[in-house]
Design a protein around this ligand. Structure first.
Ligand SMILES: [Zn+2]
Length: 87
């Protein structure tokens, strides 16, 4: 998915966010951001693998004004919703 189209409303996220321990872009083994929690706030991070390409720059977008999280990976969005008990 080229742009974030899978949305999670921020008000649905109460308390610490549970980030699935897999790359938020490709679903591979996470090497960075594996201790991620909390957010949305400045400096927060989410799990990513070691791949560095344009796809991996912005797999998760935060729109604070619109109150939404946007995911580009269907698989990660699904795991995120499951981990955080979102419908
Ligand atoms: Zn990856």
């Amino acid at each position: 998915m080229p742009t974030p189209t899978l949305l999670v409303p921020l008000p649905a996220l109460t308390g610490p966010i549970d980030w699935p321990r897999m790359c938020a872009c490709c679903g591979g083994p996470a090497e960075k951001g594996t201790g991620a929690s909390g957010g949305p706030a400045s400096g927060w991070e989410f799990p990513l693998c070691g791949v560095d390409n344009s796809d991996h720059r912005d797999p998760v977008t935060v729109w604070t004004q619109d109150g939404a999280l946007g995911f580009r990976s269907y698989r990660y969005h699904r795991e995120f919703c499951r981990a955080n008990k979102l419908g």
